[in-house]
Design a protein around this ligand. Structure first.
Ligand code: FES
Length: 672
């Protein structure tokens, strides 16, 4: 290249260089390391290399681009335009030749490392580099003088045309190889699973139908999956099913007990979850208009017990100290070995577990929220029946889990229910009148707005879901209906007929639908106690990590999990679920475990990243830490017995009322 050669400037990267006249735009891009896609290797078949040249005066780049800066349309481009259409102004980078100074834009759709832009400001975009990719190759024909096998010549073509070395293929691929090569006139498209180096499918000629992958979040209650186009990163279908293991054990420990009590119980539980997953695969494939055989890979995240049960491993060691996992490492396993009907050569990638109580689901949250890349100290809380908690920044990341129990999901709450139409999900109480107003899932109206009764005709008002009970208890505390110790006042003490006697304690009535055949929906002192236990466990876990980190405050809090998405940050803080923190620094990450699974599906580099991060995370075991119990007891108060919560107190006034009733039996037991 000389000073006389034309300048070629690529946007948006800004990369530039001088190239001899007649250089293909694709070759100039490759020489400069510009991210320009190609599946056909520059043969004018795939159209992945589309670029948009710009003409005119570009003082910023110091060039004037003339209309003849690139060669004229050639017959390949003309044919492509005729058959499939080339957008106005577009050229095929493998056909257009440099003739003069030129500025060339590479549109996002032509970039190899396309990005999936995540909506949240603090979340990183996902760069798409899937583990399974397509390659188009021309294979040498057999020759009497140089005898070699078709597979050997295919591998030689993949090495010389794409630099792919060390590939292997199973018997089923060998069985289709010869007819496929001949049908494609010695041109074939090959799907390669990079982590294993396996050739997983062949097509005659050029094939560019999308490849699909599944990101699966296997929870104790539900199994949720996103079907993704591995090329664009787009989620093409989503589905979820209940985990049928629930009928053999509501929570994880009861499932471990089931295995302990019943010989072969683990086999039964494994069969149940795999059957449900196969149903889910069928459902999601039908929704997307494809077949399960079109799904070439899957990524799975799960808590340790579900992880073991899905793999067919006995989980009993996870039910007792020291909570040893059969393996903590990530796994890449054929789907056939796991009994899941996808593409016959599909692989599952299963994220590593952090510890015996902190599973691959928490690793996925870490991948999604990246505390290890955070400048400020971030507390990430994935709220479920077990809360997984991460605390960290660039320097150090700690993790633990805390047994919150099912109260946050509306279970063990007298009027509690799962989040479904009819459930109260938001609630406010007037501090003067002590009257509640609420919103019910399925209606956009508050209960005191016109048309509310009409809007809930089909569901009625049936109970309170997890976010509703959190708001209810926090609002009761703000309105002086419940005191810091968690006792509900009587009608006289509170000055409201909504406080009714309930055995030896009181309850607060939110809605009485009995006259219309509906339920009486109230918050009892037992409900408050259940929420206190759950939130104290959550806070104590977070506080324990703060002790280990030797900090008194955190810079921000991320609430993860489907449930976390619905928690009001203010109410979570009034309750004392999370440490004091500026409200605007408390954000929701939605289903971060599912997002982490999707990242690991779409970005192969993310797999190495999470494996390294998990090795470096410091694991803290709450069950054996004496300080955890102390923190737990102090955190039972609402919001807390000793932590001052200055930021919260600057926002709200917490009444100092104390209802001197006899402590509930639950309270005496816990304090003893
Ligand atoms: S690289 Fe495939 S059409 Fe240009």
């Amino acid at each position: 290249m000389s000073d006389q050669d034309p300048s070629v400037i690529f946007t948006p990267s800004g990369k530039r260089g001088r190239f001899a006249r007649g250089t293909r735009v694709l070759d100039a891009a490759r020489a400069l390391g510009v991210d320009l896609d190609s599946v056909c290797g520059g043969r004018g078949i795939c159209s992945k290399c589309q670029v948009t040249p710009a003409f005119g005066d570009f003082p910023k780049h110091g060039v004037i681009v003339r209309e003849d800066a690139l060669s004229e349309w050639n017959s390949v481009e003309a044919r492509y335009d005729r058959v499939r259409g080339l957008a106005k102004g577009r050229r095929l980078g493998c056909q257009a030749l440099v003739q003069g100074d030129v500025v060339i834009d590479v549109p996002a759709s032509s970039q190899v490392h396309k990005q999936v832009v995540r909506k949240r400001a603090e979340a990183r975009d996902i760069t798409i580099t899937p583990a399974t990719k397509l390659y188009f190759v021309e294979v040498e024909q057999p020759d009497m003088d140089e005898p070699s096998g078709d597979m050997e010549r295919l591998k030689a073509a993949l090495l010389s045309q794409w630099g792919l070395d060390g590939l292997s293929a199973g018997l089923d691929i060998l069985a289709t190889l010869q007819p496929t090569l001949r049908k494609g006139n010695w041109q074939v498209t090959v799907a390669v699973h990079h982590p294993t180096g396996r050739i997983i499918q062949l097509w005659p000629g050029f094939h560019d139908a999308p490849l699909f992958g599944l990101a699966i979040d296997l929870g104790s209650t539900t199994i949720a999956a996103h079907l993704c186009d591995l090329g664009s990163g787009e989620v093409v279908a989503s589905a979820g099913v209940m985990n049928p293991q629930i009928r053999l054990g509501e929570d994880l420990m009861s499932r471990v007990s089931y295995v302990m009590m019943n010989e072969g119980g683990e086999v039964e539980l494994t069969a149940l979850v795999r059957d449900a997953m196969n149903e889910l695969v069928d459902e999601i494939a039908t929704e997307a208009g494809i077949t399960p055989a079109d799904i070439v890979e899957a990524v799975l995240v799960a808590n340790p017990v579900m992880h073991h049960l899905f793999l067919g491993l006995n989980p009993v060691e996870l039910g007792q100290a020291p909570f040893a996992l059969a393996t903590a490492n990530s796994l890449t396993l054929p789907a056939t070995e796991l009994g899941i009907a996808l593409h016959p050569q599909a692989y599952f990638y299963i994220l590593p577990c952090i510890a015996g109580h902190v599973g691959a689901d928490a690793a996925a949250v870490a991948l999604s929220e990246a505390p290890d890349k955070s400048e400020d100290l971030v507390l990430v809380v994935d709220v479920g029946t077990n809360a997984e908690i991460l605390l960290g920044n660039r320097e150090r990341v700690l993790a633990c889990s805390s047994p919150t129990g099912p109260a946050f999901e509306g279970a063990q709450i007298s009027s509690g229910q799962r989040a479904a139409p009819g459930a109260i999900e938001k609630l406010r109480i007037d501090p003067q009148t002590k009257e509640p107003r609420f919103k019910v899932i399925g209606s956009d109206l508050w209960s005191d707005e016109d048309g509310f009764a009409q809007s809930i005709l089909s569901s009625g008002i049936t109970g309170i879901c997890g976010s509703g009970i959190i708001e209810a208890v926090a609002e009761m505390r703000l309105a002086g209906i419940v005191d810091a110790g968690g006792l509900i006042g009587s009608a006289e003490q509170v000055g409201s007929a909504r406080c009714i006697q309930d055995g030896r304690t009181n309850a607060y009535v939110i809605h009485d639908g009995r006259a219309d055949g509906g339920p009486l929906i109230s918050v009892t002192n037992g409900d408050i106690r259940a929420i206190q236990l759950a939130k104290a466990a959550l806070y104590a876990g977070a506080r324990l990590l703060m002790d280990k980190m030797e900090v008194e405050t955190v810079d921000r809090v991320v609430l993860a999990g489907a449930f976390g998405a619905h928690i009001s940050p203010l109410h979570a803080m009034v309750l004392g679920m999370i440490p004091d923190c500026p409200l605007e620094k408390v954000t929701s990450a939605g289903n971060a475990a599912g997002t982490g699974a999707r990242i690991a599906l779409l970005n192969m580099g993310a797999r190495a990243e999470i494996e390294a991060m998990v090795r470096n995370i410091e694991k803290i075991e709450t069950a054996t830490e004496a300080r955890f119990q102390e923190h737990f007891v102090e955190a039972s108060n609402i919001p807390h017995a000793t932590a001052p919560y200055p930021l919260l107190n600057a926002m709200v006034t917490l009444p100092r009322t104390s209802f001197n009733q006899a402590a509930t039996p639950g309270r005496r037991r816990r304090r003893r």
